[in-house]
Design a binder for this molecule. Structure first.
Ligand code: SF4
Length: 288
């Protein structure tokens, strides 16, 4: 090696880091994180937001309407591309099994419920079998789904009412479903939409709430108002699929903590206040 010429070593102080960050801007000036999912530094976000104002319609600006028909159509189009044929993840073979699984899914995961229900329905195959139980008898079978005392009461109570007053059949009617113990609009919408293919409303769970708020489709935080907001802007023929799409999106990418915005096909039309990466202006209040 020629005397005096020494290969460059990385600075121990990390001072070269800044240059690396600057280089991570693409030719278009849009910031790229160094690793997928890595949150960009403040410099990157500011630069990318500036660059994006030149690049990316619809731009957040005065008069911006998050529920404008063309924006809704674009959201629906992209969701269709991402999740063309998603449906309920709770395994079931009848309206009754779906009703029970949905009641058990409150404050639990679908995977957790799916671990419990096969054995549960082997042990008690019919609505009448459940109606013959006391809630205490059912508790051990549903304990692992959490809140098992209330859930046992709801399932047994619903079974007794279906057997004694509704001819042994789960009703395909919103008003009748809402008379069953433990059944509110979310559960009723799951059963009506998924099993009976009836669009009476939109399922609003924790995922739908989070994604709808981030996409500025609602400013509300309670489920009935969110459902009304969504029913106003989403075409009725999309209600059932749309809810499933938001649930899947909320599970896969738009997760509660550190959403994976860098991988999200909705990124340049999403202004969520808690995005982890952005090419568009942020709206601080658009978050959970
Ligand atoms: S860009 Fe981020 S916050 Fe917006 S919908 Fe996608 S994952 Fe959610």
């Amino acid at each position: 090696m020629v005397r005096g010429i020494v290969p460059r070593q990385p600075a121990k102080t990390g001072r070269q880091e800044r240059a690396r960050t600057e280089r991570s801007l693409t030719k278009t000036g849009v910031a790229r994180p160094d690793r997928p999912g890595q949150r960009p530094g403040p410099t990157q976000v500011r630069r990318s937001a500036r660059a994006a104002t030149k690049l990316t319609p619809p731009r957040a600006s005065k008069g911006y309407n998050p529920v404008a028909p063309e924006r809704i159509a674009e959201i629906l189009k992209r969701l269709d591309q991402l999740y063309p044929d998603v449906t309920c993840a709770l395994t079931h073979k009848s309206a009754w099994e779906l009703l029970v699984a949905t009641i058990l899914s409150a404050q639990s995961t679908d995977a957790n419920v799916n671990r419990v229900t096969p054995e549960l329905f082997r042990k008690y195959p019919t609505v009448a079998d459940f109606a013959a139980l006391t809630p205490e008898q059912l508790e051990p079978d549903v304990r692992s789904t959490g809140f098992f005392r209330n859930k046992s009461k709801s399932v047994v109570g619903a079974a007794k009412k279906i057997v004694s007053e509704l001819g042994g059949q789960v009703p395909d009617d919103m008003d009748k479903l809402l008379t069953l113990p433990g059944v509110a609009r979310k559960t009723a919408n799951v059963v009506l939409g998924t099993w009976f293919h009836k669009a009476e409303g939109i399922v609003v769970d924790t995922h739908v709430t989070r994604v709808a708020r981030r996409l500025e489709l609602t400013k509300n935080t309670d489920a009935p108002k969110i459902e009304q907001d969504l029913m106003r802007v989403i075409p009725r023929e999309k209600w059932i699929l749309f809810a499933h799409q938001l649930i899947w999106h909320g599970r896969k990418l738009c997760v509660a903590r550190r959403p994976k915005c860098v991988d999200c096909a909705l990124e340049n039309i999403c202004h969520a206040g808690d995005k982890t990466w952005t090419t568009v202006e942020i709206h601080k209040n658009a978050k959970l």
